[in-house]
Design a protein around this ligand. Structure first.
Ligand code: G3P
Length: 216
């Protein structure tokens, strides 16, 4: 499974890239607003840091508006993936972008049926938002399991990108379900690394190492 980081903060992206486990980046309008920088400027910098796929989202919601923005975003760098919301005109835009060879990430997916439509339109990635489903009392990861099943049944090539990840449990479940990608905030990436027994074990090794006699 590929690991993407879900942020527009270049400091966080550099930190995650330095770990050697980062395959790509996803952003959204909320994340870009949080860093207070123009969309094009920040995406351009991210594409220089990470050679893998970097998702940047359109802000328009009309067919013409989304298509025009998508074509501009795609010019930023060869590794840009255009994020399109899962709405009627969004599916139309995905179809056109796919035929032009532009990669797409269909976002704001909350059901397996929506995911099926995105795959038929030719999306490169589908982003089910698992944390937000959990927030309203649904099992977000059940939706991912159903998408993986449907995509396998019909050999859809769209990659399942688990988004709105809130915990290491989401990541473990995504791995076990065979999701293609999880996009993870830096805080959760840090949680993946940590284990209390690792900390206890290391503290004991350090304490014992101090007792090793020095060579004379
Ligand atoms: O980037 C899309 C998604 O990962 C957003 O997550 O935490 O705002 O639900 P969240």
């Amino acid at each position: 499974m590929q690991i993407f980081i879900d942020t527009a903060d270049v400091r966080e992206i550099r930190e995650a890239a330095a770990l050697g486990v980062l395959d790509g980046v996803t952003t959204n309008p909320t994340l870009v607003a949080a860093v207070g920088r123009p969309m094009r400027e920040v995406l351009s910098e991210i594409c220089e840091i990470v050679p893998g796929p970097v998702s940047g989202e359109v802000l328009a919601t009309t067919y013409e508006g989304m298509l025009a923005e998508a074509l501009e975003l795609a010019k930023i760098a060869p590794n840009i993936v255009v994020k399109i919301p899962l709405i009627r005109d969004g599916l139309r835009v995905v179809k056109v972008l796919t035929s032009e060879g532009i990669k797409t990430n269909v976002t704001l997916c909350f059901s397996p049926i929506q995911a099926m439509l995105a795959a038929k339109a030719g999306a490169t990635y589908i982003s089910p938002f698992v944390g937000r489903l959990d927030d309203v009392g649904h099992e977000g990861m059940d939706v991912v399991a159903q998408i993986v099943e449907i995509y396998n049944n019909y050999a859809f090539e769209t990659q399942v990108l688990v988004a709105s990840v809130r915990s290491p449990t989401h990541v473990l479940q995504a791995l076990r379900m065979g999701a293609d990608v999880a996009t993870i905030p830096l805080k959760v990436i840090d949680q993946l690394i940590k284990h209390p027994l690792t900390d206890v074990g290391l503290a004991r090794f350090i304490a014992d190492a101090a007792k090793i006699p020095k060579a004379t």
